[in-house]
Design a protein around this ligand. Structure first.
Ligand SMILES: [Zn+2]
Ligand SMILES: [Zn+2]
Length: 274
């Protein structure tokens, strides 16, 4: 079994999914290509990309978490929102790594691949130069424009890429069926629901690809998830064993069948629910 599973999710968009359950997207225009995220970076993702496109490559992070930015050092230059720049520093990456190892140890069987991979080193080819991006920046790939929408919450510098060409939002970890909102600076669930309702006003888009699911969600999922967050209460939630310093992480869940998901969930800390 290969570490990377490669498929096309649209005419000009590749989906490169790692064995550890995170995916990167490669978009091609007539002049340039854009890689959205670099994954954990335990293997050489650069080689994979070089086989798929020969066009000049722009690399952009959806946010600074280690499962999305871990492969950055395989590329000379990476764009990231300014609020997540700090996260990509090595010390932070090590903290995340320790957190993941703690999680893998506690969760035994299902998380065992993390233990194996986290013990390995990652290719470090470049002292990557970081370029800050802000809300509204447009990457023009030639006949294909990808626009940056800043969508903080899961992390301060999380972004969504909107692709008019395929009427798709690429949301990273900012919109999905199992949101993690238990990090420092995460907003209250109701506040995030308001942001989602604003996003749902976007016209001309039909679907969402997030970074951890193989199948897309319909655009209507955004407002559904906003109302889901408003229904979450502490007494209907359960404590999980996610490692998160001093704070307990709770999960609220509902069935996700209409959206071809077993469950829709949100993980949060209790200070975010009032
Ligand atoms: Zn993340
Ligand atoms: Zn992630």
């Amino acid at each position: 079994m290969s570490y990377y599973n490669i498929s096309k999710n649209d005419i000009d968009t590749w989906y490169i999914r790692e064995m550890l359950g995170v995916g990167c997207f490669l978009f091609e225009g007539s002049e340039k290509a854009l890689l959205f995220d670099t994954g954990f970076g335990f293997r050489n993702i650069r080689k994979v990309i070089d086989k798929l496109t020969s066009k000049p490559l722009v690399v952009v992070n959806s946010h600074g978490h280690t499962d999305h930015a871990g492969g950055n050092t395989q590329f000379p230059q990476v764009y990231i929102h300014s609020a997540d720049l700090k996260m990509t520093e090595d010390a932070w990456q090590k903290n995340q790594r320790d957190q993941l190892i703690g999680y893998a140890r506690k969760n035994h069987f299902l998380a065992r691949p993390f233990l194996y991979w986290l013990g390995r080193s990652r290719p470090h080819i470049y002292d990557t130069e970081y370029k800050a991006i802000e809300d509204g920046v447009i990457f023009d790939l030639g006949g294909r424009r990808l626009t940056v929408t800043h969508f903080p919450g899961h992390s301060p510098g999380s972004i969504i890429l909107t692709d008019e060409h395929t009427q798709t939002l690429y949301t990273g970890d900012a919109v999905n069926s199992g949101l993690f909102l238990f990090f420092e600076g995460s907003p209250k669930l109701k506040e995030y629901a308001e942001r989602l309702n604003d996003l749902a006003q976007l016209q001309g888009y039909s679907k969402i690809f997030d970074s951890h699911s193989k199948n897309p969600l319909p655009i209507s999922f955004i407002s559904h998830y906003a109302s889901f967050l408003e229904r979450a209460t502490l007494d209907k939630s359960q404590i999980t064993n996610f490692p998160n310093g001093e704070k307990d992480v709770y999960v609220y869940k509902e069935e996700g069948i209409p959206f071809e998901r077993d469950f829709i969930t949100v993980h949060f800390t209790k200070d975010l629910i009032i």
